[in-house]
Write a protein that binds this ligand. Sequence first.
Ligand SMILES: [Zn+2]
Length: 66
Amino acid sequence: MICVICKNKKMKRGATVLPIERRKAVLLVTDIPARICANCGEPYIDERTAKQVEALATEELKATSV
Ligand SMILES: [Zn+2]
């Protein structure tokens, strides 16, 4: 995997934060497992994780909406 920002090939494991936007709300999902570029710190989330985060955010917003 190559970083699209700085073309660095070294990734480290880490966690990131992703804002999920819905019509009127933005939910900030924290502690998402991600690969972090060792050079510039750009986070990369794999597709499966991204889908899980989306599903989680949808559930959370459903639960909190009036
Ligand atoms: Zn980078």
